[in-house]
Design a binder for this molecule. Structure first.
Ligand code: HPA
Ligand code: ZN
Length: 334
């Protein structure tokens, strides 16, 4: 019963890396199409490699997988496949992160990447009725100068990009490293978000808020270790884009039963549920909702709140937010 409720309730996805939606089948197909040699001989080997002990372990596999993406049509096919899947799970709006430096650093032009992704987003809006926006994410293991370079390369496409974000290896790469580039992005009119408190300490969440001036925190789990921080993000209604299956697969939590989502809800935090890198972590948004609901005994009220939060925490304008929120009303359990 909860299964149907989760499947049918309209929702938005706010934490999704397009490179993390590359399913093994498409990876093989693109490797063949582009003559790229993969380290895997079979699906079996791929699935075995998807056994991660931490974030870095995953990132190594994820960046290697992305090497099959070479041409505009590859980025189109990848994005189209995700949007179709998301729409089939009643995602009506999605905010897609992409990691341009992963591609420009191996000789693929920024224009190739964004034109392919954007074309699929436009087609999906028309043909599937799913809206989407793009978040350009800086790779934090690279330096701030590299981040400035990619921001400047992106400027001719500014009207296609809603926000900038920060991802990749967290520990040792604090938000403060990117203070200046986030300042410039803000002045240019981009909305701002950053991964923080996934593996990194609460101090990184403080920095993301106070130094980068982000409006949202991606993950944010470790915020709960700091009472003052927890109170601040509750009071200021800072959205946290939580990703349960990612947290499980990257050993941020040992078991979904120990996941902090329920605690976050009870402390009044503005939380949402998302899939992060669904092709690598064993599920899209509804699998995330379903498994975390089962593990924590979430109620229809919780799921309704999470779905409404997903629209409220989006970067959409108020009119579109209200239009989508209205579509959730018939699911109000009260
Ligand atoms: N954390 C940091 N960087 C990432 C992630 C993540 O979960 N997924 C893709 N890049
Ligand atoms: Zn992420």
């Amino acid at each position: 019963m909860l299964n149907d409720f989760i499947q049918t309730i309209p929702k938005a996805e706010l934490h999704l890396h397009i490179e993390g939606t590359l399913e093994p089948e498409l990876m093989f197909e693109l490797a063949q199409r582009n003559g790229v040699k993969l380290n895997y001989k079979s699906m079996e080997e791929i699935r075995k490699a998807y056994n991660f002990s931490n974030l870095q372990d995953f990132l190594d596999v994820y960046y290697a997988g992305a090497s099959v993406l070479q041409k505009e049509e590859d980025f189109y096919d990848l994005t189209w496949a995700y949007l179709e899947k998301a729409r089939s799970q009643n995602v009506l709006h999605t905010e897609i992160m992409f990691d341009p430096q992963t591609h420009t650093h191996r000789g693929v032009d920024f224009s190739t990447v964004i034109e392919g992704i954007h074309a699929a987003m436009k087609d999906a809006e028309k043909r599937l009725g799913i809206s989407s926006v793009l978040i350009l994410s800086f790779l934090r293991h690279l330096n701030e100068e590299n981040a400035f370079e990619i921001l400047h390369i992106a400027l001719p496409y500014k009207q296609w990009i809603m926000a900038v974000g920060l991802d990749s290896s967290e520990v040792g790469n604090p938000p403060s490293k990117f203070k200046n580039v986030f300042q410039e992005a803000k002045e240019l009119g981009f909305k701002l978000t950053a991964h923080a408190g996934e593996e990194g300490p609460p101090e990184y969440v403080w920095e993301a808020l106070d130094l980068l001036n982000v409006e949202r925190i991606d993950h944010g789990n470790r915020s709960l270790e700091d009472k003052r921080l927890t109170l601040k993000i509750a009071k200021q209604k800072i959205p946290l884009t939580v990703c349960p299956l990612s947290n499980l697969q990257l050993k941020v939590v040992k078991d979904l039963k120990e996941h902090p989502l329920k605690k976050m809800i009870s402390k009044g935090l503005f939380v949402t549920v998302n899939s992060d890198d669904p092709a690598y972590f064993g599920g899209y948004i509804n699998e995330n909702f379903l498994q975390i609901s089962n593990a924590l005994n979430l109620t229809k009220e919780d799921i309704f709140l999470l779905a409404q939060n997903s629209f409220r925490a989006s970067f959409l304008d108020e009119d579109r937010k209200n239009e989508l929120l209205k579509k959730t009303e018939e699911f109000n359990p009260n």
